[in-house]
Design a protein around this ligand. Sequence first.
Ligand code: DGL
Length: 283
Amino acid sequence: MTVSAFTPGSTIGVFDSGVGGMSILRHIHALLPQQDLLYFADSGFAPYGEKPEAEIVARALHIAQYLLGQGAQALVVACNTATVAAIRLLRQHYPDLPLVGVEPGLKPAAAVSRSRIVGVLATAYTLRGEKFIQLQQQISAQSRVQFLLQPCTGLVDLIELGQIDSSDTLALLQRYIPPLLDQGADTLVLGCTHYPFVQVQIERVIAQHQASQLADAPAITLIDTGEAVARQLQRLLGAHQIPPNPHPTQLKGFTSGSASALQQAFWHLLELQPPVEAVEQEF
Ligand code: DGL
């Protein structure tokens, strides 16, 4: 008689400083529909991009521990800023855990740019991080592409407030994006997981700026690495032999901010209505 091994369902923990990581979560949900997903929005501490490194590292370690305590068997740091600050320490703490971070898509951008000039939109913290600087040097040396770095201070705060289409958001985008186009960028990297949620607004600002120019405008490519991150997670789960769940996907949200704000964000950004729990800020 053969006794089939009991295979517990697998659960993936995903976290960000707030709602931005949902731009990664949507790709994971689509690619791995049979994995249970826990999403932690650290909205009580957002934005990370303006915080000291020690604070971001402490939050990342706390949240990782919390999600593992909730049953996560793999973690996705769905935040460029937290990846820069904490991924190395997280790997040291959990050497056997499947762990995926995100970083601005400089390599895919360099591969598609025809002008060889690429704009990188990210938080100030991400752009001055050692991990990012090394990546930039490596890709510049390989591709001879010039990267124009644009910290988008204030944008995460507005997206956290749900102000996707507000005049304040458009004013910030109008300040940050046209100078990159004027310097010849034909490719823009969305180097913060919040930014895909204002992609339509970014495209509108690009179109308005190009319409105001006399010369023929090149097509501008936007680079979002959400799908690539989901595929990397899929590869890691396979390598660790983590099986899919035998039952339909469960999704649950946690937040260090307001539960109703996270519920609204799930609905407005992803059209999902998972249960959401507010947790103590200092859990
Ligand atoms: N979504 C985070 C990132 O990808 C935002 C960081 C922040 O909270 O400033 O960098």
